[in-house]
Design a protein around this ligand. Structure first.
Ligand SMILES: NC(=O)c1ccc[n+]([C@@H]2O[C@H](COP(=O)([O-])OP(=O)(O)OC[C@H]3O[C@@H](n4cnc5c(N)ncnc54)[C@H](OP(=O)(O)O)[C@@H]3O)[C@@H](O)[C@H]2O)c1
Length: 372
């Protein structure tokens, strides 16, 4: 049986209320309980580590009589592991619900397996309803669970002929104001913003998220990777967060250290060298390519060597959105073959030459262990 119209509507609503929860080390999850006739009985959402999970929040609003034979619609597979709130799969079994519809499997080694537990107890379980929307909602949390590293988005702006800068190296501004405003909104949703020394030396970027001239409430931690010195008067040194400087090229080690600091979402805004290095290393989850209706010619391509020698090795992408922004066009895409965890054999860890503890220390992000 596939989801009914009432269950589909409930999932859409569950995805909306999931957003009321904080973005953080635990995933945003929403739940709606339906009567056997398909009427909404209760809703719940997760309010962050240490608080009840969405299903338990919704269940707590109903009497045992109301719950018997009900359907629970949840954006993430009910967990199978006891944190502070106990396994949600067992709570649903104990409540006597007849059916559970969820969007995404829980990839957590510890917390996954709730569906099996519920099926074994005789509950009718349906997986995959609106999985894409649920994935987009918690993609950073999923990456951390699956790969043990932060979610990496690589962004660049390019001319229609594929250049990231003019022949003299100038690249401000290839795109128009709408596209630039879009970049700032996405910066504000990231935990860290990463560039190479080449961009710092060429453009002296502030690496802040701004709305016009005003700083947005959330600022990503600025991170500069490369062996060259960042000038003492560089704009990035005036960022509200003290920048992190990594004197090396080991991107896996940088991501591992950022993860240790609690960073889940990394926004790479470097030039062609750094963007290509992330792609070549297989450390990219999303690509944002802003295409501007301008021709630059010359040698400064948006990407350099990404390890593709022949068309058979082309890195295929799946475009999830084409977004018009003024005269520009944003392509949002992800690798058709998912990228990887940091390679343990990528060499010695980079030498960190300066840092500040600007992000919360990493916790175990299994949503259940994080609650414990
Ligand atoms: N269109 C756009 O979206 C955009 C965005 C940013 C910049 N730009 C333009 O891009 C140009 C700068 O390009 P770029 O490629 O030099 O900038 P970049 O990619 O930001 O910086 C390159 C530097 O990063 C360091 N690095 C760190 N990890 C590395 C790794 N794994 N592999 C290789 N190098 C690594 C190296 O510095 P060390 O030698 O110090 O070790 C390297 O020279 C400028 O013209 C700028 O205006 C365009």
């Amino acid at each position: 049986m596939t989801a009914t119209a009432a269950e589909r509507a409930a999932m859409t609503h569950a995805l909306e209320i999931a957003r009321r929860g904080p973005r953080g080390l635990n995933p945003q999850v929403g739940a709606v309980i339906l009567s056997p006739a398909g009427d909404v009985l209760a809703e719940g959402w997760h309010r962050g580590a240490g608080t009840p999970h969405a299903e338990v929040d919704a269940l707590s609003k109903l009497t045992p009589a109301e719950l018997r034979g009900a359907t629970a619609v949840v954006t993430l597979e009910p967990c199978n592991h006891a944190g502070r709130t106990g396994p949600c799969a067992q709570a649903l079994i104990d409540a006597g619900v007849a059916r559970v519809v969820y969007a995404l499997d829980d990839p957590g080694l510890v917390s996954g397996g709730g569906a099996e537990r519920m099926r074994a107890a005789g509950i009718d379980v349906e997986a995959g309803e609106q999985a894409d929307a649920a994935h987009a909602l918690i993609d950073d949390w999923l990456t951390v669970q699956r790969l043990g590293r932060p979610h990496v988005t690589v962004k660049w702006a390019q001319s229609l002929d594929g250049r990231a800068a003019a022949a003299d190296g100038s690249s401000q501004w290839i795109t128009g104001p709408d596209a630039r405003a879009d970049v700032h909104r996405r910066r504000a949703a990231a935990d860290a913003i990463v560039v190479g020394t080449g961009t710092v030396l060429a453009d002296d970027p502030a690496l802040t998220a701004r709305d016009g001239d005003a700083l947005m409430p959330h600022q990503p931690i600025p991170v500069v990777i490369g062996t060259r010195e960042t000038p003492a008067d560089a704009a990035v040194r005036r960022h509200p967060h003290e920048p992190l400087f990594y004197a090396g090229h080991d991107l896996g080690a940088v991501l591992a250290e950022l993860r240790e600091r609690g960073v889940q979402r990394v926004f790479v805004e470097g030039g062609p060298t750094l963007a290509s290095a992330f792609l070549a290393a297989g450390l990219v989850d999303d690509v944002l390519a802003y295409l501007a209706p301008v021709l630059l010619g010359g040698p400064r391509l948006a990407l350099t060597d990404i390890g593709v020698a022949s068309i058979g090795e082309a890195r295929r992408l799946t475009v999830t959105e084409w977004l018009p922004l003024g005269e520009d066009l944003l392509a949002i895409a992800r690798p058709a073959a998912p990228d990887s965890a940091p390679d343990a054999a990528t060499g010695p860890a980079v030498e960190r030459i300066a840092h500040a503890a600007t992000a919360p220390a990493a916790e175990n992000t299994s949503r259940n262990e994080g609650d414990a």
